[in-house]
Ligand binder design. Structure first.
Ligand code: HEM
Ligand SMILES: *[C@@H]1O[C@H](CO)[C@@H](O)[C@H](O)[C@H]1NC(C)=O
Ligand SMILES: *[C@@H]1O[C@H](CO)[C@@H](O)[C@H](O)[C@H]1NC(C)=O
Length: 396
């Protein structure tokens, strides 16, 4: 009898030990195997699962952005899961977008920004586009009262890119990089009360926008019909109607079609990352008091926006890897634009940013049109980096 009890006791201990030893390496293993979602349906599932609360969505995003938060010391809702922080940040962004309501004014600011950035010399293309975009966004959206004539502009944008690239490596980031960025930015946005941490706004507002502008110009500057569309748009005071209007009786792409095609082919945010929290595998085997103390397993999941947007066009018209704004004339797959995210945390500026990008593209093409300045093509269409050879050249 006692032998049998002892035998069962040993068996139970062995089972518990086995579960422990099997599950621990499995935990470690599983948290290092990210899942990538590459179709629109899978991306929707990750970003807007109907059973997940906004609170959990915010934690999933903030945890995944922890490195971003350390590098830039951000305090907005991209890195802070607090519901109140989210509400305040959204309110501030919506108020800015509403105050920037007049597109005529915004367009004037963009034309002025182009003049400021054309220094009478040949400039690297990405430096030029970054300067025009940041200058336009400061004067037209963030702080209409400052004059942004400043040589700090490119320090700001190049440091943001540099820190962003460094944030992918595990090594510690040199302190002075952020200090210089912070100081330069303060000169551009001096209102400390409105912008206690200017990067909280400049990063979401500018980092993606300049790349949409750059990619669009790269694809359209040698296409006569497209350039004509953007110049007409830039010269017309009815900005919003002209942005949407089909051209040549609907046989030629609208300005909006070009921007949507840029967002489809080169979404500036290629991956949206989430951390999914799952209770530890040990939890069911442990008493409640212990179970609540075991940290959850964290699985990393990516919404691969670029692949998802390409897969949606796999079966129709020109190949998904080609830049072809006219594809939307034949197959308007509107719901498949995922560049602004999806669900409750979708970009606040999803309606505003495409028009803003088009206004900036129009302002640049208006002035850099081959008479005094000309765009010189480089190796390939870049992203955050990779614009080698691209220039805005001053003609003699
Ligand atoms: C073409 C330019 C832009 C692109 C492609 C873009 C893209 C995105 C994406 C993908 C997200 C969602 C992130 C996630 O789910 O984790 C996001 C969030 C956000 N974006 Fe944008 N964005 C752009 C421009 C802007 C601008 C100009 C503003 C200025 C107000 C802005 C404000 C925001 C805010 C406040 C959020 C957070 C929303 C929330 O927490 O609910 N974005 N953006
Ligand atoms: C940035 O500068 C402000 C003053 O303008 C200062 O209060 C803040 O701590 C600085 N932040 C970082 C990350 O250096
Ligand atoms: C462009 O994309 C947006 C979604 O971001 C969509 O609402 C709009 O209808 C699209 N426009 C065109 C002309 O395809």
């Amino acid at each position: 009898m006692t032998d049998a009890l002892e035998f069962y006791g040993i068996c139970i201990c062995m089972i518990i030990l086995t579960i422990f030893f099997l599950s621990t390496p499995y935990c470690v293993f599983s948290s290092h195997r990210p899942i990538t979602h590459q179709t629109p349906a899978a991306v929707h599932g990750l970003l807007h699962s109907p059973t997940v609360s906004t609170d959990t969505l915010l934690r999933s995003r903030a945890s995944a952005n922890a490195r971003l938060s350390r590098v830039f010391r951000l305090s907005n809702s991209l890195v802070d899961p607090n519901l109140a922080v989210h509400a305040v940040f959204l309110r501030q962004c919506r108020a800015l977008l509403q105050a920037a309501g007049c597109w005529m004014h915004f367009s004037g600011v963009a034309l002025q920004a182009v003049e400021l950035a054309l220094l009478g010399i040949t400039t690297p293309f990405h430096v030029f586009v970054r300067a025009v975009t940041l200058c336009t966004v400061i004067g037209g959206l963030l702080d209409p009262h400052t004059s942004s004539a400043s040589n700090n502009i490119d320090i700001v944008m190049s440091r943001i890119t540099c820190l962003r690239l460094l944030s992918r490596n595990p090594e510690p980031i040199p302190e002075h990089l952020l200090a210089v960025l912070n100081a330069s930015l303060r000169r551009l946005l001096p209102d400390i009360e409105k912008y206690p941490n200017p990067l909280d706004f400049v990063i979401p507002v500018c980092a993606a926008l300049w790349r949409v502008v750059a990619v669009t110009i790269a694809h359209v500057h040698e296409d006569a019909a497209a350039c004509e569309a953007f110049r007409d748009f830039s010269a017309n005071p009815n900005i919003l109607p002209v942005f949407h209007a089909p051209r040549r009786g609907g046989t030629s792409p609208s300005v909006e079609n070009y921007i949507n095609e840029s967002l489809r082919l080169h979404p500036p945010i290629r991956h949206i990352t989430r951390h999914i929290f799952k209770p530890s595998m040990l939890t069911p085997f442990l008493p409640g008091i212990l179970a609540t103390r075991i940290p959850p397993r964290i699985n990393t999941e990516f919404a691969d926006i670029e692949s998802a947007q390409r897969s949606a066009f796999r079966s129709s018209g020109s190949p998904p890897e080609a830049y072809d704004a006219a594809r939307f004339l034949h197959s308007p797959r509107v719901s498949d634009v995922l560049a602004f995210g999806h669900g409750p945390l979708k970009c606040t500026a999803a309606n505003w940013a495409p028009t803003a990008a088009a206004v900036i593209v129009g302002a640049i093409l208006n002035r850099v049109n081959g008479v005094t300045y000309q765009i010189v093509r480089g190796g390939r269409v870049g992203g955050r980096e990779g614009w080698d050879g691209w220039m805005v050249r001053k003609l003699a």
